[in-house]
Design a protein around this ligand. Structure first.
Ligand code: GAR
Length: 194
């Protein structure tokens, strides 16, 4: 799992029994502490800068190398604050997942909750998807709606969305893992899938 923030979704993954082998952060954050307390290996692949001179490809390549070195099969971003580029797709295309606090393709980007509120939508939600090369694109695996209340602030709405993400993301990942496992069992038994 890739984290940058409070790690509450990581915590929910652990609680739900998702087999998390490694937690990587791009900056020191609470998520690393949650992983360490759960006895999960951690790596800090720290960003050296947050301005326009940040080398996104070099960072993505360094991250991919770290994940491959740990033998990671499936990567799940949960509030990861660095947009990843081609070297991560080269290593993990189709195996890189994300959760986004809006109903994609609406309100892409880092301020999805604020943007949905500002637009005045009455329903928003969250999306679990395979991460494509462009930010907040890729095949949608699951979505759930969350109503916007008249007195919502960005933080009250985000908290209700996160409550949904904490159930939807682990459930989606567990379903995906069991599909992958049963496909690879069928392949090793020589069964042809439809
Ligand atoms: C989640 O709401 C997640 O969808 C969002 O960050 C939050 C992480 O919460 N991610 C994005 O906005 C990515 N575009 P957490 O740090 O408490 O797990």
């Amino acid at each position: 799992m890739l984290v940058s923030g409070t790690g509450s979704i990581l915590d929910a993954m652990i609680e739900a029994g998702v087999p998390v082998a490694l937690v990587v952060a791009d900056r020191p954050c609470a998520g690393l502490g949650i992983a360490a307390r759960a006895g999960i290996a951690t790596e800090l692949v720290e960003r050296d800068r947050f301005d326009g001179a940040f080398d996104r490809d070099a960072y993505s390549s360094q991250l991919a190398q770290t994940l491959v070195a740990h033998g990671i099969d499936l990567v799940a971003m949960a509030g990861f604050g660095t947009v990843l580029t081609q070297p991560m797709q080269a290593a993990y295309a189709g195996r890189l997942l994300n959760t986004h606090p809006a109903l994609l393709p609406s309100f892409k980007g880092w301020h999805a909750v604020r943007d949905a509120l500002a637009f005045g939508v009455k329903v928003t939600g969250c999306t679990v998807h395979i991460a494509g090369l462009d930010v907040d694109t890729g095949r949608i695996l699951a979505q759930e709606a969350v109503p916007v209340l008249d007195d919502d602030t960005e933080s009250s709405l985000h908290e209700r969305i996160k409550a949904v993400e904490r159930a939807l993301y682990p459930a989606t990942l567990l379903r995906l893992i069991s599909t992958i496992e049963s496909e690879s069992e069928s392949e090793s038994e020589g069964v042809r899938l439809p």
